[in-house]
Design a protein. Structure first.
Length: 244
């Protein structure tokens, strides 16, 4: 007659349970540190276009996927030499770290900055997002002194419309900072994304990123912001009329 195996002793059960918990912790912590290491590696990588030479008429467009996906940027900003230095999914602290990691190079005429949407979407408060932007500006000052920065307002979008109050708070903070800093200029694009009081047909299928029509609406206001920010002599030399 077959007899069932005797139950495990209490000490064996305890040791087995401890080994299981240790294995789980090893997997979880290992994954956490791997993710942290990847983030550190990403943060230590310079922004895209780091190897491109910078000249008097160069613009650095630094930001998240809104900048990274602006495929017509070079022609849209002509005759300025626009460098597309966006990183998909980037938060402001990562952009700051990447800027600080760049090899020594001459500064551009102007930095155009667009980021903060992802910070809010990741759970950062408007105050935390603005503090991260302040650290970006402090890094810019450390590296390039009074180099002008044009900050573009956070855009409304269908997929993040529920975050409009937080985005508005960030935009208000950018406006206040631009009013008291001579090296910071604010460009308002929110009304351009509306049609008849509602969000217009300026977005891709994901309801977040812009389509070509959306980017086209940004060109004029950003060029105006660059003209206000850059020294008059630079504008005279670099902003020659082009046929659009």
């Amino acid at each position: 007659m077959h007899r069932p195996a005797p139950p495990l002793s209490r000490s064996i059960r305890k040791r087995t349970g401890a080994l299981i918990v240790l294995a789980i912790l090893t997997v979880v912590l290992g994954g956490y540190w791997l993710l942290a290491a990847r983030r550190d590696d990403d943060g230590a990588t310079p922004l895209p276009d780091a190897a491109r030479p910078t000249a008097r008429c160069t613009l650095w467009f630094i930001g998240s996927s809104t900048i990274a996906r602006w495929v017509t940027l070079s022609t849209d900003m002509a005759p300025w030499d626009a460098h597309r230095r966006g990183v998909n999914g980037a938060l402001i602290p990562a952009l700051t770290t990447r800027l600080a990691s760049a090899p020594s190079a001459p500064p551009p005429a102007v930095i155009v900055f667009y980021a903060g949407e992802n910070d809010i979407a990741a759970g950062q408060t408007p105050q935390q997002t603005l503090a991260a932007f302040d650290r970006f500006l402090a890094t810019k000052v450390h590296l390039y002194g009074h180099l002008p920065v044009v900050a573009v307002s956070l855009k409304p979008s269908p997929s993040r419309f529920a975050q409009r109050a937080e985005q508005t708070a960030v935009n208000d903070g950018l406006i206040r900072r631009a009013a008291r800093r001579s090296d910071l200029h604010f460009v308002e694009i929110r009304p351009l994304m509306l049609k008849g009081g509602h969000l217009g047909p300026f977005y891709g299928q994901d309801g977040l990123h812009m389509n070509a029509a959306g980017y086209a609406r940004w060109v004029g206001p950003i060029l105006q912001g660059i003209r206000r920010a850059a020294p008059a002599s630079t504008v005279a030399a670099c902003d020659k009329p082009v046929q659009r």
